[in-house]
Design a protein around this ligand. Structure first.
Ligand code: SF4
Ligand code: SF4
Length: 112
């Protein structure tokens, strides 16, 4: 997927699916937010439907709790330096079904 370029549409952060976390990511995000791990776990994570993973909480509209906008109005991640691996490797090494339909960068690839 050498020709993929993120176009910062933010759709991957609005995707209504789990953003899975491992233990190291929980520690890193809680630390970044200067929050006790127990508080982060209780207030900012949920168990995935298959009960196998922890996931970041979503806003009521389904987008990630940490999705925000930068000064130019572009989508930005509040926890960018410590965002989970799933976010860092999308879409090259992890993605969801039909991701190319919602990801602006994926749609651009198909036209090439
Ligand atoms: S943690 Fe950041 S990059 Fe990952 S889904 Fe949430 S807002 Fe997007
Ligand atoms: S959906 Fe694709 S183009 Fe949009 S922000 Fe995510 S990776 Fe970038």
């Amino acid at each position: 997927m050498d020709d993929f370029k993120c176009l910062r549409c933010g759709a991957c952060c609005r995707w209504k699916g789990a953003v899975k976390l491992d233990n190291a990511e929980v520690d890193a995000i809680a630390g970044f937010l200067q929050m006790p791990v127990e508080e982060f776990l209780a207030d900012h994570t949920v168990i995935t439907p298959d009960r196998k993973h922890l996931s970041l909480c979503e806003k009521s509209n389904g987008e990630c709790e940490y999705l925000t906008s930068d000064a130019d109005g572009l989508p930005a991640c509040t926890i960018e330096p410590v965002k989970p691996r799933q976010c860092r490797i999308f879409p090259e090494k992890w993605n969801f079904p039909d991701w190319q339909k919602v990801c602006a960068g994926g749609r651009a690839m198909k036209k090439m």
